[in-house]
Design a protein around this ligand. Structure first.
Ligand code: G16
Length: 542
C-alpha cells in the first residue's frame, strides 16, 4: 500500500557544494528527510521501472534514512533499488555501481568529512546516471520543489533486511542487497599494476592507510591486505562506526596527525594515506614529505602512464579554481587541455563525459579520474603506490624531482570555521565592492595586478556559475583567493587560499607558511579578516 502523506515545506533545504548537509536532529524532524527525498524524485523525469542505487558512509542515521529511501523509491515507481550490504557504499563505489549497472541514478547518504553521531552531521545527495553529483540545474530544481512540497509518497511495508546479500521484493519493487566492496576492488585491479605494487610491498615497503573509523575500512582491507598482501593491521581504524569512533574523518594535517607523525618518525612506515567519511578524499604522506593535494594531482598527471589503466595517456586535466596551478604546468608540457572549474566535483562531470579531461583534482584533498564521476580516495592511494613501484623511488624523491622539473607552487589554505554568518558575508561583500579599486594597490612588495569574482561557463552545456570565489592576483603570479565553504553546517567557514610559484629549485626547501608569510599578511590586509571575524588565527591550516 502507498501512503500519500501531507506535509509542509522546511526552510533551507538547499543543496550546498555536495548535497544537503545538516545536523542529525534537523534531519530527524518528522517529514524532514522525506520532504527532501520526494523533492529529488519530483525533480527527475523518466525513472519509472528504472534502478536507483542507495548507500552511505555508515554514519549515525544512515540505516534509518536508507529505509525511507527504499520505501519512497517503491512508492514513486522505481523498478529496483540496489543497496550496499549494511547500508554501506563509499561515494566512489556508489558512483561505480551506478555506472556499471546503468542505474538511473543514486542517493548517497553522507556528510563526507564532517563528524558523525546523534548531534553531528548527516547528508543526502543525488547522483545522476553518469555516476556524478547532480548538476546545479537539478539541485536548484530540488530546492525549488522543497519550498512548495505538499505531499510525499511512501510504501507502507516492513523495514528491509540490509545485512543479507540477495534480492527481495517490497511493494512490487526489487531490492538487491549487494556486496559493497567487490565491484570497486575489481575496478581498481583493472586500473593499476597490482603485481608491481604487491612485489614492492613484499620487498619491504611499509604502507599504512588510516580509514579513520569511516567507510573505506572494508575497501582498504580487501585491496591492500587481501589483494596486495600488506600485513594485517596495515589498515588502521578499519571498522566503519556510526560516530567514526569519535574521529573527525577529515584527512588533513590536523585530523590525521597521528598517521602523519607515525610516517615522519624514524622507524615509521614509508608511505601513509588517510581517507574521509565517505571515501572520496585522500591525504598522501611519505617519509619527510606531506604531499599537497594540488601537487598530488600534478604528479599523478605527470606520471599517469605508469598505470595500466592510463597507459595510453591522458587527454586533459581539470582542477577547481582554488587548487594551485601545479597541474597547469604539467598540462602545458604535455600539450593537453587544462580546465579551471568552480569548487565542487559536479563541475568535472561534463568534461569527463566529453573526454576532454581524464584526471581531475581539488585542493580539498580530492583526486580522481574518468573511471568514476566522483573523487576517489583509494584510487589516489593506489595511483601513488603504482608510481612508487614503477619509479622505484620514495615519495619525497618523486615530489622533489617534480618541483625541480616544473617549479614549486607553495600553497596553503587557511580555514576560519564557524564564523558568524553576517560577518563572513560582510567580508565577502567588502571584497566584492573593492574589486574595481584593488588593481594597482600594493602591500609592501606585493602589487595587485587583477581582482575578480570567479565565474565559469561550462564548455559543454554553456551553463554559467557566478560568485565562485574572489581572486586577488598579484604581479609575478602569486594569488590569494577568498571563498565561503558550501559544506559546513554551523555558521560560515571562510577559506583563504594562498599560492606562490617558485621556479628556482634552490628555493624549494622553505617552510610553506614562511614562504607565504607576506601573502598571508596581504590577505588579512585586503580582506580585513581579523577585524571582521574577530579571529586572531585560522582554525585549520592545511
Ligand atoms: C565537497 C565537494 C568537493 C569540494 C569540497 C569542499 O567535498 O564534493 O568537490 O571541493 O566539498 O567544498 P567547500 O570548500 O565548499 O567546503 P566532500 O568531500 O565534502 O563531499
Amino acid at each position: 500500500m502507498i501512503n500519500i502523506v501531507p506535509t509542509t515545506p522546511f526552510e533551507g533545504q538547499k543543496p550546498g557544494t555536495s548535497g544537503l548537509r545538516k545536523k542529525v536532529p534537523v534531519f530527524a524532524q518528522t517529514h524532514y528527510a522525506e520532504n527532501f527525498i520526494q523533492s529529488i524524485f519530483d525533480s527527475l523525469e523518466g525513472f519509472a521501472g528504472q534502478t536507483l542505487v542507495v548507500g552511505g558512509d555508515g554514519r549515525y542515521y544512515n540505516r534509518e534514512v536508507i529505509q525511507k529511501v527504499i520505501k519512497m523509491a517503491a512508492a514513486n515507481g522505481f523498478g529496483k533499488v540496489m543497496v550496499g550490504q549494511g547500508g554501506i557504499l563509499s561515494t566512489p563505489a556508489a558512483s561505480n555501481v551506478i555506472r556499471k549497472y546503468k542505474a538511473f541514478g543514486g542517493i548517497i547518504l553522507s556528510a563526507s568529512h564532517n563528524p558523525g553521531g546523534p548531534n553531528e552531521d548527516f547528508g543526502i545527495k543525488y547522483n545522476i546516471g553518469n555516476g556524478g553529483p547532480a548538476p546545479e540545474k537539478i539541485t536548484n530544481a530540488v530546492y525549488a520543489r522543497s519550498q512548495v512540497i505538499d505531499i510525499y509518497k511512501i510504501s507502507d511495508v516492513e523495514d528491509v533486511d540490509l545485512d543479507s546479500i540477495g534480492t527481495l521484493d517490497i511493494a512490487g519493487m526489487a531490492v538487491e542487497v549487494i556486496d559493497p566492496v567487490a565491484d570497486y576492488a575489481d575496478l581498481m585491479e583493472s586500473l593499476f599494476d597490482f603485481d608491481a605494487i604487491r612485489a614492492m610491498i613484499a620487498g619491504g615497503t611499509r604502507v599504512v592507510v588510516d580509514s579513520m573509523g569511516a567507510v573505506t575500512g572494508p575497501y582498504a582491507r580487501e585491496i591492500l591486505e587481501k589483494r596486495l598482501g600488506a600485513p594485517e593491521g596495515s589498515v588502521r581504524n578499519a571498522t566503519p562506526l556510526p560516530d567514526f569512533g569519535g574521529h573527525h574523518p577529515d584527512p588533513n594535517l590536523v585530523h590525521a596527525k597521528e598517521l602523519y607523525d607515525d610516517v615522519m618518525s624514524p622507524d615509521g612506515p614509508d608511505f601513509g594515506a588517510a581517507s574521509d567519511g565517505d571515501g572520496d578524499r585522500n591525504m598522501i604522506v611519505g617519509k619527510g614529505m606531506f604531499v599537497t593535494p594540488s601537487d598530488s594531482l600534478a604528479i599523478i598527471a605527470a606520471n599517469a602512464t605508469v598505470a595500466p589503466g592510463y597507459a595510453k595517456g591522458i587527454t586533459g586535466i581539470a582542477r577547481s579554481m582554488p587548487t594551485s596551478g601545479a597541474a597547469d604546468r604539467v598540462a602545458e608540457k604535455m600539450g593537453i587541455g587544462m580546465y579551471e572549474t568552480p569548487t565542487g566535483w559536479k563541475f568535472f562531470g561534463n568534461l569527463l563525459d566529453a573526454g576532454m579531461a581524464t584526471v581531475c583534482g581539488e585542493e580539498s584533498f580530492g583526486t580522481g579520474s574518468d573511471h568514476v564521476r566522483e573523487k576517489d580516495g583509494l584510487w589516489a592511494v593506489l595511483f601513488w603506490l603504482n608510481i612508487l613501484a614503477a619509479r622505484k623511488q620514495g615519495v619525497a624523491e618523486i615530489v622533489k624531482e617534480h618541483w625541480a622539473e616544473y617549479g614549486r607552487n607553495y600553497y596553503s589554505r587557511h580555514d576560519y570555521e564557524e564564523v558568524d554568518s553576517d560577518a563572513a558575508n560582510g567580508l565577502m561583500q567588502h571584497l566584492r565592492d573593492s574589486l574595481i579599486s584593488l588593481p594597482g594597490q600594493s602591500f609592501y612588495d606585493l602589487t595587485i595586478e587583477a581582482a575578480d569574482d570567479f565565474a565559469y561557463r561550462d564548455p559543454i552545456d554553456e551553463s554559467i556559475s557566478e560568485n565562485q570565489g574572489i581572486r586577488i592576483l598579484f604581479e609575478g603570479g602569486s594569488r590569494v583567493v577568498f571563498r565561503l565553504s558550501g559544506t559546513g553546517t554551523a555558521g560560515a567557514t571562510l577559506r583563504v587560499y594562498v599560492e606562490r610559484y617558485e621556479p628556482d629549485a634552490d628555493k624549494h626547501g622553505i617552510d610553506t607558511q614562511e614562504a607565504l608569510a607576506d601573502l598571508i599578511a596581504a590577505a588579512d590586509h585586503f580582506g580585513e579578516i581579523k577585524a571582521r571575524t574577530g579571529r586572531d588565527a585560522p582554525s585549520v591550516i592545511t
